[in-house]
Design a protein around this ligand. Structure first.
Ligand SMILES: [Zn+2]
Ligand SMILES: [Zn+2]
Length: 166
């Protein structure tokens, strides 16, 4: 979504309301499509002395897999979108976004912020038991018996060695 900022940069307007839904449903991240549903962006762009201030909030339903059991989960997340938009960059200021030709690609900017702020810890529930590394069973649905019968592979080799010398 491209927003024309000319009115703001030239001082003919002081504020621009933003209320839109962005579609990132095709975007893939870590083997998932985190933004299957539209991302709602609401806020405004205000004209300052030498820059424009973009202050908005992006609300979306984050789709991902549980870190432990890989079950698909989804939950609401909000990310603040806060940037100085400038027509020429000030050296050493990383928060600035350079606007070329008075056009802002809102989708590109928002997507970047969303990726940077995606939750890093994703569990279907706090006490998710995960899956068994031996047999792959979902341990939330009960034990698998692997743990009790497990023999350390190093001991297995030892046992074979001692068996051979008998
Ligand atoms: Zn889980
Ligand atoms: Zn198991």
């Amino acid at each position: 979504m491209i927003i024309d900022l000319k009115q703001l940069f030239t001082g003919r307007a002081e504020e621009l309301e933003i209320d839109c839904a962005l579609d990132f449903s095709d975007f893939e991240y870590q083997n998932n499509r985190p933004f299957l549903e539209p991302v709602r962006v609401r806020g405004k762009i205000t004209a300052g002395a030498n820059f424009l201030l973009l202050d908005a909030a992006a609300d979306f339903i984050h789709h991902c897999a549980c870190d432990r059991c890989l079950a698909q989960i989804k939950r609401p997340v909000q990310v603040r979108i806060l940037h100085d938009l400038v027509s020429s960059l000030t050296e050493g200021d990383d928060s600035q976004v350079l606007i070329e030709g008075d056009k802002l690609d809102l989708g590109e900017l928002v997507l970047e912020d969303l990726i940077l702020n995606l939750p890093t810890k994703n569990l279907c529930r706090e006490d998710c038991a995960g899956i068994c590394h031996e047999c792959g069973k979902d341990l939330n649905k009960g034990g698998c018996g692997c743990r009790a019968g497990r023999v350390d592979p190093r001991f297995k080799i030892l046992r074979q060695l001692t068996d051979n010398t008998d």
